[in-house]
Design a protein around this ligand. Structure first.
Ligand code: TYM
Length: 326
């Protein structure tokens, strides 16, 4: 089992990223050969400030380790350190079609309302396919919102192998049951997202305790006062119950039994404390790693070496299949 996944370094990693993706990563590293990447080339698909991007890249790498990814077991690296990602993306871009990329719902969402849309934003899923296929990944742990991109990755792998000869492994998405779709705290019909304008819609991993408590207090709830898990009738409360359960390790029925009739006030107060308690150790470790970045930089340099040692032979195979001189 070879696992690959990535997170964009856009400075606001949130509990959706933690519950949908990072929790799967820390679990998988005990039983699979794992690579976890900070996908800074993907971040460039929307305008970025260079200094902020540099700092956010290091911060995201620190968060991986702070959340429990162990660089002795997993390869942790930065996408732009391994040039093969951009090279393979070009080659795969010559297989992908305009029509299939235009159908990507994330592209349509991100492009909506912009006067001009870059080629990079359009080609984003091709770069993601390159990330995965370069390492012959068999499994890709992601949140539910990446399902369509994984389907495209599989299609490109199958198409390339059929046209040019076997090169790629066709990967499978690993999408958890709980946590795969953490919703906005302000609108339970939308997923929690880094890019939503209202910061109260998400709990960021580096939010301080008072900010966390205030955001939970302000989170929208549903009509009635019963704390009950019902995704259809009570989507906001169901989302809060899921977050509570995943961060505290308590089963949802136990939480329903405790808070069912006591109204939303006590439920939200205890949820706030559960989130603060879950984030506290992550924030402490993150702070230590950023304060003395030598260790982190060494981890990333070593990760880039290990990743390149896997990526380069794959790129040579692909070049060979396509008739590009070695
Ligand atoms: P990104 O950076 O938007 O999100 C990182 C991971 O977090 C998951 N996620 C969520 N899970 C549950 N609830 C949410 N509200 C939520 N929001 C985000 C995402 O599904 C993702 O797993 N394109 C990817 C990054 C990427 C990648 C890759 C992933 C680039 N190359 C190769 C896997 C393999 C992205 O933008 O994720």
């Amino acid at each position: 089992m070879r696992v690959f996944s990535g997170i964009q370094p856009t400075g606001r990693a949130h509990i959706g990223n933690l519950l949908g993706a990072i929790h799967q990563f820390t679990d998988l590293q005990n039983r699979a050969d794992c690579l976890f990447c900070v996908v800074n080339l993907h971040a460039l698909t929307l305008p970025q400030d260079p200094a902020a991007l540099r700092a956010d890249t290091l911060q995201m790498a620190a968060l991986y380790l702070a959340c429990g990814i162990d660089p002795r077991r997993s390869t942790v690296f930065v996408q732009s350190h391994v040039a093969a990602h951009a090279e393979l993306a070009w080659l795969l871009g010559c297989e992908a079609t305009y029509g299939e990329l235009g159908r990507m719902t994330q592209f349509k969402d991100k492009a909506a309302g912009r006067d001009s849309v870059s080629l990079g934003l359009f080609a984003y899923p091709v770069l993601m396919a390159a990330d995965i296929l370069l390492y012959a990944a068999t499994h890709v742990p992601v949140g539910d919102d990446q399902r369509q991109h994984l389907e495209l990755t599989r299609d490109l792998a199958v198409r390339f192998n059929a046209r040019h000869g076997e090169a790629f492994v066709v990967p499978e998405a690993l999408i958890g049951q709980a946590g795969a779709r953490v919703m906005s705290l302000q609108n339970p019909a939308e997923k929690m997202s880094k890019s939503a304008a209202d910061p109260a819609s998400r709990i960021e991993l580096l939010d301080g305790p008072d900010t966390v408590r205030a955001k939970i207090r302000r989170a929208v709830t549903d009509s009635g006062r019963e704390v009950r898990y019902d995704r259809t009738a009570k989507p906001a409360v169901a989302n809060l119950l899921e977050i509570f359960s995943l961060l505290s390790g308590e089963a949802i029925p136990a939480l329903e039994a405790r808070y069912g009739d006591s109204g939303y006030g006590r439920f939200k107060q205890d949820l706030g404390e559960a989130v603060v308690a879950a984030l506290d150790p992550i924030q402490r470790r993150h702070e230590e790693l950023i304060r003395a970045p030598d260790h982190l930089e060494a981890v990333l340099a070593d990760g880039a070496r290990r990743a390149a040692a896997l990526a380069d032979p794959m790129l040579r195979t692909v070049n060979e299949r396509l008739g590009l001189p070695g």
